[in-house]
Design a protein around this ligand. Structure first.
Ligand code: EPZ
Length: 417
């Protein structure tokens, strides 16, 4: 398995990229298919590691799932929740939102505690609290979460925090059966709206996604069909940050600019010229970027935490000091140690990073330790003087398909070895 990328930086980028379907939309859509007994096709599906993990989960509970080109064919007619094993769901974070669909269709579900990951503990207390509000009996028995939904009635859930995963899980838990589920202080991400549209397309009754209050009316069953998810706003924004770092221009298509305004605003403040159109954005960067006084990550529509590492990498060589505040995860600045090896001047204290722009970074040996932190190293290397060797590329492959090919298409000197 090749898992190093070598980049010779300071080459201007120019060209066009079309983004695939959003990883963080396709993952819950796959889980949602568990509730239907008909065949479903999901188009524009990214062939990345996290998606393959979810395909494995569907197969391991007796479902059929095959990626044919970029169309995922799923049929959960023969799904059997008794087949959910501990090691299976502890492997990938997003497995936690198979809980809702399994409960909705089968009334009971046992899954293991999903693993934390490199950026934080990733608790699921809000998921469990919400299920209990809906009448599900939840017990935790040596690392397994045992849910009895035989008396699930629907109900009102007031989330302490607009958790994306908890919102998705609870939306799906209410789709089948009796009762109405209301989720207040729900997450508003575009991926939540995509999930609502998918559920309604399959015959469900969900409303309010994109606002803080989502209502789900239980129905008897879901049918099949085909669906194209929204484009990946984080992948698109990653490509924009790379152009910001290396200079040049690029047209990024397959994305709705409405899903990226917080990021576009900060990139414009840094000096990037960005035009928006129905199916994407065009970015042009001619001069050295300016620092951005402050960027604070927030739930949507605020600045997305999944772009925090990449924008920090872009600002490492900007003119002036920028302050980055990470409000969502407790340890999402690990990658800054690698940027400092490349010559960046960054001070991190708890959830705040102060980035003092330097004239330019220089290439060296660096290590990716998580998905978006790894993407930030690629962004930094594309603007750095000399050669950068990035190890741990398997982390980047979780969210970007052949990231080296995308940047090579924009003219970067980048190879995987
Ligand atoms: C989703 O994770 C995304 N993953 C993450 O993207 C993203 O960073 C995150 O939302 C925030 O936007 C997928 O969609 C597969 P949360 P999720 O529940 O659902 C706390 C990537 O790089 N929390 O909104 O796990 C939690 O600890 C990944 O693609 C609780 O306290 O995010 C965190 O501090 C990384 N209790 C905050 O909420 C809970 O029960 C946000 O978590 C649940 C969450």
């Amino acid at each position: 398995m090749k898992n190093q990328i070598i980049i010779r930086g300071k080459r201007r980028l120019d060209g066009e990229l079309h983004v695939t379907g959003a990883k963080n939309s396709v993952l819950p859509l796959i889980a949602c298919c568990i509730m239907s007994e008909k065949e479903i096709h999901i188009h524009n599906c990214p062939s990345i590691a996290d998606i393959f993990c979810m395909i494995e989960i569907i197969r391991s509970i007796g479902g059929y799932a095959v990626l044919e080109g970029d169309t995922l064919v799923i049929d959960c007619k023969n799904a059997n929740p008794k087949l959910v094993t501990a090691d299976l769901t502890s492997g990938i974070r997003s497995s936690v939102f198979i809980l809702g669909p399994i409960l909705a269709r089968f009334r009971f579900a046992d899954i293991s505690y999903p693993g934390g990951c490199e950026i934080g503990l990733r608790p699921i207390d809000l998921h469990i609290y919400g299920l209990k509000c809906l009448g599900v009996k939840v017990t935790e028995v040596n690392g397994m979460i045992v849910c009895d939904g035989s008396e699930k009635t629907g109900g009102v859930v007031d989330l302490d925090f607009p958790s994306v995963g908890a919102t998705e899980n609870l939306m799906m838990a209410g789709v089948l059966g009796m009762g109405v589920t209301v989720i207040r202080n729900a997450a508003r991400e575009p991926e939540i709206v995509d999930l609502q549209n998918f559920i309604n397309y399959l015959g469900g009754k969900v409303s309010g996604a994109g606002t803080g209050v989502i209502t789900v009316e239980g129905v008897a069953s879901l049918h099949g069909g085909e669906y194209t998810p929204i484009g990946d706003r984080i992948a698109a924004a990653t490509y924009l940050a790379a152009v910001g770092t290396a200079g040049g221009s690029a047209r990024i298509t397959g994305i709705d600019p409405e899903h990226m305004h917080a990021v576009l605003q900060k990139m414009r403040r840094a000096g990037c010229k960005i035009d928006e159109f129905a199916d994407g954005v065009f970015i042009r960067v001619t001069d050295r970027l300016r620092a951005v006084h402050k960027i604070e990550t927030q739930p949507f529509p605020g600045f997305p935490t999944d772009m925090q590492p990449q924008i920090t990498a872009m600002l490492a060589a900007a003119d002036g000091s920028s302050c980055i505040v990470e409000n969502l995860f407790e340890s999402r600045f690990k990658y800054t140690a690698q940027l400092i090896k490349m010559g960046a001047r960054i001070i991190v204290k708890d959830r705040v990073a102060v980035v003092k722009g330097v004239n330019g970074l220089h290439g060296t040996q660096v290590l990716a330790e998580d998905l978006r932190g790894g993407a930030a190293l690629v962004v930094a290397a594309l603007g750095a003087e000399g050669e950068t060797v990035i190890g741990g590329v398997q982390h980047i492959d979780r969210g970007y398909k052949n990231i080296e090919e995308s940047f090579a298409r924009l003219g970067a000197d980048i190879v995987r070895v």
